[in-house]
Design a binder for this molecule. Structure first.
Ligand code: GAP
Length: 493
């Protein structure tokens, strides 16, 4: 099913994934705060990316650089000159538009043929009364627009107390540049051999003119970027190393998104046309996702050649080369850059996980998150909250499991309701503690020490001894098979 953005926004707010920033003051434009479940989801996403692309690979290392960098970085990288959008301003209401967007907006028109009546006319269409086309500001319908001017998307600030040109600094618009300026430090300190990559996950800032679509495009966001350095003189499987590794990274990134739940039919590759390539790129391929707003970029994988290292060498006066032992020469490595956005990936995982189904005549909303992404792994639910032994046992189980995972306890509704609540936030398993677990001391009945595990996706159940829970969840939460657990520990019908 395709979920709408409105449905996701409302679920995210209601269930504590994502809130509008500073909402009590009316919100800050296109800034969002991750709530208690959102932060868990986001941390899981970043951890998996780091585990799979850094920790598990012998050819990768990571860094965590500062957001404020030397202003020369942005001169060398080309951001000061090229990281711009053409903008037009309304001379009347002062609103600013991207020059290429003005004709894609519905426009306000005061029509003289109808005594100045105000109309809102669909984008790029003429007024049906007087036939006029838009020439003025599409929003206020009164002001003239300035000629296009280039507007730099970097956030500017000042280092130190004096606001003068010499102390200008920028919030980084991408994490990538820190990997280039630290190239020599990382190479020497870690004694690396090509090919190798440097990864970083962290905040980036862009003063986007048209942010929007929830967390898809914001002004403050997080990126997960890799700069993978290769020797351009080498060939791999008969191809230039940079071209070989570019395709390898495209395949590896696609496989990663599929592995954690994005469906094949919602993913596609898009090759950049020659005239849309960034100033540094030999070839760029985007992984597009079918978001609720339509097919859009999820991440980009670019072959940046030796552009960045050469630029930084030129502007800093430092040598940023690699000594090729075999050929006994210094070379400037080429770099392949898999660049993704944390928030955009999170939105894709949310959209893909969202399912509505009918169960016994009622709507069930389920976020079918991969267990490793799910914000809460297990919910422990007492069947009767008035029975102290049951509540005590449930708290004890939560505390034991919480040593390894995010586990919650909930007794604020009847069991059916509690299951639905956990389904809606994607909790893969619930554990229910009942009278049979603890027995009934008044009647002299001993408990069986077993609890029920309920599987989110199949809604099937298994009855397992409490002491086996940790082992079972270790298996299930790292990709183990629910059917195996259900057949080994059948629940009473
Ligand atoms: N270093 C290359 C680079 O930054 P990019 O295509 O501009 O390339 C990479 O950004 C990824 O960062 C995008 O594919 C997207 O996932 C994410 N991203 C970029 N701008 C964003 C924004 N304004 N809001 C949210 N995510 C953004």
């Amino acid at each position: 099913m395709t979920v709408t953005m409105d449905t996701l926004v409302s679920l995210c707010k209601r269930r504590g994934f994502v809130f509008q920033s500073s909402e009590i003051y009316g919100g800050t434009g296109s800034c969002y705060d991750y709530g208690p479940l959102g932060v868990e989801l986001k941390n899981n996403l970043k951890r998996l990316w780091w585990r799979d692309f850094v920790q598990n690979r012998p050819d990768m290392v990571g860094i965590d650089a500062s957001i404020l960098m030397h202003p020369m970085v942005w001169k060398a990288s080309g951001h000061l000159e090229n990281f711009t959008d053409p903008m037009v301003d309304c001379r009347e209401c002062k609103l600013r538009f991207r020059a290429d967007d003005v004709d894609t907006l519905a426009w306000t028109h005061y029509c003289e043929a109808t005594k100045g009546n105000k109309f809102t006319i669909p984008a790029a269409e003429p007024c049906s009364h007087c036939g006029a086309r838009r020439t003025l500001c599409p929003d206020c319908g009164k002001g003239e627009l300035t000629p296009p001017r280039r507007f730099n998307l970097m956030f500017k600030t000042f280092m130190g107390p004096v606001e003068e040109e010499a102390s200008v600094a920028y919030l980084r618009p991408e994490t990538a540049q820190a990997m280039f300026v630290n190239f020599e430090n990382v190479l020497q300190s870690m004694r690396l051999k090509l090919p190798f990559g440097i990864a970083q996950a962290g905040r980036s800032f862009r003063n986007e003119i048209t942010p929007g679509n929830f967390i898809f495009r914001t002004r403050e966001f997080e990126q997960m970027e890799i700069e993978y350095f290769v020797n351009p003189r080498e060939t791999v499987e008969g191809r230039p190393a940079d071209e070989y590794w570019h395709d390898r990274w495209i395949a590896d990134c696609m496989a990663w998104f599929r592995r954690y739940g994005l469906r094949e039919e919602n993913l596609r590759l898009r090759e950049h046309e020659k005239d849309e390539l960034s100033h540094y790129s030999k070839r760029t391929v985007d992984i597009d996702y079918r978001f609720p707003i339509g097919w859009s970029e999820l991440m980009g994988i670019a072959n940046r050649t030796d552009f960045d290292l050469k630029q930084h060498a030129k502007f800093s006066g430092k040598s940023l080369t690699y000594f090729d032992e075999e050929r006994k020469e210094h070379i400037v490595p080429y770099v392949v850059e898999p660049a993704s956005g944390v928030d955009r990936a999170l939105l894709a995982f949310l959209a893909d996980a969202y399912t509505e189904e009918e169960v016994r005549g009622e709507k069930r909303v389920v976020l079918r998150f991969h267990p490793e992404l799910a914000p809460v792994k297990v919910a422990v639910l007492p069947l009767l909250k008035k029975r102290d032994e049951i509540v005590k046992a449930a708290h004890a189980i939560r505390a034991t499991l919480a040593r390894e995972w995010r586990v919650v306890y909930d007794d604020t509704a009847a069991i059916g309701r509690l299951y639905r609540r956990q389904d809606e936030v994607g909790t893969p398993y619930c554990v229910t503690v009942d009278v049979q677990t603890v027995g009934d001391s008044d009647k002299g009945e001993a408990g069986d020490g077993k609890v029920t595990i309920r599987d989110r996706d199949s809604m099937g159940q298994a009855r397992v001894p409490i002491e086996a829970l940790t082992g079972i969840f270790r298996d299930l939460l790292s990709g183990g098979d629910w059917a195996k657990v259900a057949s080994e520990f059948p629940a009473a019908k």
